[in-house]
Write a protein that binds this ligand. Structure first.
Ligand SMILES: Cc1cc2nc3c(=O)[nH]c(=O)nc-3n(C[C@H](O)[C@H](O)[C@H](O)COP(=O)(O)O)c2cc1C
Length: 219
């Protein structure tokens, strides 16, 4: 008898069928009026890690989210990684509720925002993040820029769909995000340089997703 049980693989298998450890990233994007909007994301992973002309991350998100809409419009974002602290966690959950405009979300935001270091017109970054990746969407891959024709279609986008960059399903979007720069708090940057010890790591939360159709599970 195997010790393993086979599970039926369903939609959102990463949280419904697995204990899949994920980061908690608050993504800042640039709105039309030049303000910064924040949204919570976990499906953000390294994509091009070596052997290409540039380094990249991939983000998987709802195509109607403020984050996706802003990325489709101007391509700029910052991936802000938060530490394991109730204050940030509570805000991450609040920023993770769909259906609010950036102005509605940001008016109650208690996270401090500052300028990043990458060039050009950019969203602000989280002052308290332990690391930040400033990025630009590569809209050339798979003609991702064609997704711009669907800006403002918030009730679902009709086919055809792309495979990995742009609008990938009725409600889904994938963005290959070119890394423009990595910012790290000095203490951790020093630790990376000097060699890691067990106490060199930032204390970070692990997100296991939305398991019981009510709560996000964290450890
Ligand atoms: C911890 C956490 C992680 C999340 N990860 C994702 C994700 O990876 N992809 C996604 O589409 N939604 C994710 N969500 C839900 C989004 O935060 C939600 O759609 C939110 O409305 C996005 O904000 P925005 O519309 O301002 O971009 C997550 C929510 C939380 C609380």
């Amino acid at each position: 008898m195997s010790e393993f049980k086979s599970l039926k693989v369903v939609d959102n298998f990463y949280q419904n069928n697995l204990f899949y450890p994920m980061p908690t990233v608050i993504i800042s994007t640039l709105c039309d009026d030049g303000t910064t909007s924040l949204g919570s994301y976990s499906l953000v992973f390294p994509y091009y890690i070596a052997g290409k002309d540039y380094y990249a991350m991939i983000l998987e998100c709802r195509n109607s989210s403020n984050t996706a809409q802003n990325l489709l419009k101007n391509g700029k974002c910052a991936l802000n990684f938060i530490k394991d602290d109730r204050k940030y966690f509570k805000e991450a959950v609040r920023l993770g509720f769909p259906g609010k405009t950036p102005a509605e979300k940001m008016k109650d935001c208690n996270l401090k925002l500052i300028k990043g270091k990458a060039e050009g017109n950019r969203p602000l970054i989280l002052k308290d993040a332990y690391q930040v990746i400033e990025c630009t969407w590569d809209d050339s891959l798979e003609d991702g820029y064609k997704a711009k024709e669907h800006i403002g279609e918030l009730e679902g986008v009709e086919p055809p769909y792309n495979n990995f960059n742009g609008i990938t399903s009725k409600f889904g979007c994938h963005f290959i995000l070119k890394i423009d720069g990595i910012l790290m708090k000095e203490k951790y940057a020093d630790n990376l340089k000097k060699g890691l010890k067990s106490n060199s790591f930032p204390n970070v939360p692990v997100d296991y997703g939305y398991h019981d159709s009510k709560n996000f599970w964290y450890k």
